[in-house]
Ligand binder design. Structure first.
Ligand code: TXA
Ligand code: MG
Length: 340
């Protein structure tokens, strides 16, 4: 377990220690409105290398740089007009913009993995905002889980996955949204491409762009095995158990991830355990509960987690994206050792 000293409730002294740890090149985990991030000083080669080592992350998978405001963001990237419009509408919030990287951006090269673009996000969560503002420059932060595993939405999840590697975890309770940010690449010609679905949906983005000449290229990355973002591997977000989707009949011993009314599922009485993502069928609640529920069901070490059908509209699309990756055949990076 993580030494008690390093798991800290947020207060001015924890903030000071977090800034000092980042400045010293150590890793600090912090809550955002989406999931917890594993943060490092984005300009430091040594600090950023610790992120890749801690997560077991392939070097070709770039990181998101978290910023406090637009001025900070503009030190790293140029903003096509569409990006300014999207930032004005959705920042701070659960949206990451992949933009042309400035040639001499103050970033460790590993952050962008050698790409000509950089991913930027201005988080809305109070603790994340305070941290980036107090640090005064960009914090590179992927989700605070081991690569391939389920993302972390509580400080305890972070500790379970990464405790030995982290100087300090700022505990902000459960992440309020529960799914990673929507990722949009904005091109020099002002069109945008959806790289990862999230709370901000394609429809939300299209509504904002409808007043402009720009269009959203929605290549449905959620349904392809070809990664359009380098990290969008088919297998991801994986618990130890196998995952069976759209389950309406339960096999004895299954752990069950339910959604809405239970009467559509047969054989529930033979389930090892049942967790309902949202008894009322609310997709936002289901998104918030998804990763914690997968981790909880996995604790009993079931052979299979059977997942009820989830409607594929609105936030449901992002939920189904994560679930498809949880169910995909495990790639070598995703399943090297048992995870608890
Ligand atoms: O909500 C979130 O986005 C969380 C919180 C902590 O901010 N972060 C997060 O980071 O989900 P991560 O590393 O788990 O996922 C970021 C994704 C990866 O798939 C990565 O490949 C992609 O963003 N990415 C980063 N830079 C990119 C770039 N320049 N071009 C395309 N994709 C990029
Ligand atoms: Mg991740």
């Amino acid at each position: 377990m993580i030494p008690a000293m390093t798991l800290r409730a947020f207060d001015p002294s924890a903030l000071r220690d977090a800034v000092a740890a980042l400045s010293a090149g150590s890793l600090v985990a912090f809550p955002t409105e989406t999931v917890y991030g594993l943060g490092a000083d984005a300009i430091s080669d040594v600090a950023v290398a610790k992120i890749f080592a801690a997560k077991g992350r392939p070097q070709n998978n770039p990181l998101i740089v978290h910023v406090a405001d637009l001025a900070m963001a503009e030190a790293y990237a140029t903003f096509p007009e569409t990006a300014l419009i999207l930032a004005a509408r959705f920042w701070p919030g659960p949206m990451t913009l992949v933009l042309p990287c400035r040639p001499n951006a103050p970033l460790a090269p590993a952050v962008t993995a050698g790409l000509a673009t950089v991913a930027l996000r201005m988080p809305q969560h109070d603790i994340a905002q305070h941290l980036v503002r107090a640090f005064g420059r960009g914090i590179a932060a992927p989700s605070a889980n081991r690569t391939g595993h389920v993302s972390a939405t509580t400080a305890a999840h972070v500790a379970n996955d990464l405790a030995p590697h982290i100087a300090l975890v700022l505990d902000g309770g459960a992440s309020p949204l529960g799914l990673e940010s929507t990722i949009l690449a904005v091109h020099a010609n002002n069109n945008a491409t959806l790289l990862r679905s999230g709370h901000i949906t394609a429809a939300n983005v299209k509504a904002v762009l409808s007043d402009t000449a720009a269009s959203l290229i929605d290549t449905s990355p959620d349904t392809t095995d070809t990664p359009s973002a380098p990290g969008q591997f088919a297998s991801h977000y994986a618990p130890n158990a196998a995952v069976r989707l759209n389950a309406t009949t339960i096999t004895p011993g299954d752990a069950v991830l339910a959604f809405g009314a239970l009467d559509a599922m047969r054989g529930l009485e033979t389930a090892q355990r049942i967790v309902n993502l949202s008894a009322t069928g609310n997709l936002a609640e289901a998104a918030q509960q998804l990763f914690a529920s997968l981790r909880l069901l996995d604790q009993d070490r079931p052979a299979t987690i059977a997942v009820a059908p989830i409607p594929d509209h609105g936030i449901g699309r992002a939920i189904n994206d994560r679930l498809r990756r949880a169910a995909a055949p495990r790639s070598p990076h995703a399943a090297t050792k048992p995870r608890v």
